[in-house]
Design a protein around this ligand. Structure first.
Ligand code: ZN
Length: 439
């Protein structure tokens, strides 16, 4: 589609998401890939109005494109650890991700961050989107998650170690920590991700405080931010002490750590969506003890994160899309629904967690996305509804009337291929029962 250089979006119920202001008759002027002007319709400067292509928003809500700071573009809606870590050739994962990226964009997510996956895929998808080879949200990407044998990057049986297809990079010494960081930075990551705790752990961390300090000092020396998967109490406490820039999950954070997080203004990316989706869809598919563990974690997370938010901690809403429980394009806004329903956050505040706050927390685009402000990328949505009064409307696809990314209209009529599994994507189970001899 040919794109006019100047676009005037008029007759808008405008949410810039810089704050909680609603402008009833608002306008946005787009020049190239940037926002040139934002404000009341009546005040659009005459010089900007002349010659612009006018898009009438019909009185609908115009807001910034959504920012999902937590989705894994390479995971392919995995249903098992074997599938995630072992099956599916790397090339196929990358091709699959190019289609999944479009699903994410069509949900109104114009910027995202992939905090970890198998070597080289998220950065390649990011780069292909950047130059227009494929359609997707603008992306920031981490690479493999640095892990010890106690972190989520190493959950396969010991003899397998870290398979080349794994999202984990096992480090066995301080030298290996330094080496993996340098390898990741060489591969062009925007952020270095650490697996700070393991599956099912509520207490201890995967790394010592001393090792975490080594990680942050080397990553920061190379001018990258650090993110840590930290569910257990000790892993969060140590991550804060070591100076991590992003805390992911933080479900079992203790009160003293929560105070430091508030003081130091470290954003938390909770991803309660995955827990809630497991509890909703898991019964019948999952063992009861696993579901019980998830329920305990969710209860703790609601308590801990609710208090943290009321104490001034910035919560950033990411969906953890990429698992079978969180297919691409479907669950991106559920996290802000949970902020409202479980934490008691007002709708407009929750909306800011997926616009302004997510935009300023995300690496690479810190000051260029998340709000409608002059100079930022012209990423905007037209919504039939008032997401500032009810965030649930963002999850209803038929209410998403227009998506603009970088000044270009996204074609909403395009059909994305239906997801059909290749035989090698799933763990190969021979049978689900025993064939007993009848005698
Ligand atoms: Zn994740």
């Amino acid at each position: 589609m040919d794109q006019p250089a100047e676009i005037l979006v008029t007759n808008a119920r405008l949410l810039t998401c810089e704050d909680r202001t609603v402008v009833d008759s608002g306008a946005v002027v787009v020049s190239g890939d940037r926002i040139a002007w934002v404000g009341p319709d009546a005040l659009v400067p005459a010089g900007l109005r002349t010659g612009a292509t006018v898009v009438d928003a019909g009185g609908h809500t115009v807001m910034p494109g959504l920012v999902d700071p937590h989705m894994h573009i390479s995971f392919g809606e995995a249903a098992s650890e074997e599938e995630l870590y072992l099956h599916t050739p790397m090339g196929y994962r990358a091709i699959r991700a190019t289609v999944d990226a479009r699903r994410v964009l069509l949900a109104g997510v114009t910027t995202s961050c992939d905090p970890g996956g198998p070597r080289g895929i998220a950065t390649a998808v990011r780069d292909a989107i950047d130059v227009g080879l494929i359609e997707g949200p603008r992306m920031a990407a981490a690479g493999r998650q640095m892990t010890t044998q106690q972190g989520i990057g190493d959950t396969l049986p010991a003899p397998l170690g870290d398979a080349p297809t794994s999202m984990g990079a096992i480090v066995r010494s301080r030298d290996e920590i330094i080496q993996v960081i340098r390898d990741e930075v060489k591969e062009g990551v925007d952020m270095v991700k650490v697996a700070g705790s393991g599956p099912g752990t509520t207490e201890y961390g995967a790394f010592t405080l001393d090792e975490l300090r080594l990680i942050t000092s080397e990553v920061h020396r190379l001018d990258r931010p650090t993110a840590i998967h930290a569910r257990s109490r000790q892993s969060i406490a140590d991550a804060v002490e070591a100076g991590f820039d992003w805390l992911m999950h933080a479900s079992y954070m203790d009160a003293a750590t929560a105070e430091k997080v508030a003081e130091r203004r470290i954003p938390i990316v909770p991803a309660m969506t995955l827990l809630v989706n497991f509890l909703e869809a898991g019964p019948g598919w999952m063992p009861q003890d696993a579901l019980d563990g998830i329920k305990r974690e969710l209860d703790s997370a609601v308590d801990v994160l609710g208090k943290a938010w009321r104490n001034g901690v910035s919560l950033v809403a990411g969906s953890e899309s990429g698992f079978a429980m969180t297919p691409y394009g479907e669950w991106h806004t559920r996290e802000i629904e949970l902020f409202v329903d479980l934490l008691g956050m007002p709708h407009f505040d929750a909306l800011l967690c997926m616009t302004k706050h997510a935009g300023s927390a995300i690496p690479r685009f810190g000051h260029e996305v998340g709000t409608l402000s002059p100079g930022k990328y012209a990423d905007l949505l037209v919504i039939d509804g008032k997401p500032d009064e009810n965030v649930k409307v963002l999850g209803q696809r038929n209410r998403l009337l227009m998506i603009m990314k970088g000044g270009k209209f996204v074609d909403l009529s395009v059909s994305v291929p239906e997801r059909i599994m290749q035989s090698y994507e799933r763990t190969r189970i021979y049978t689900r029962g025993l064939h007993r001899r009848k005698s």
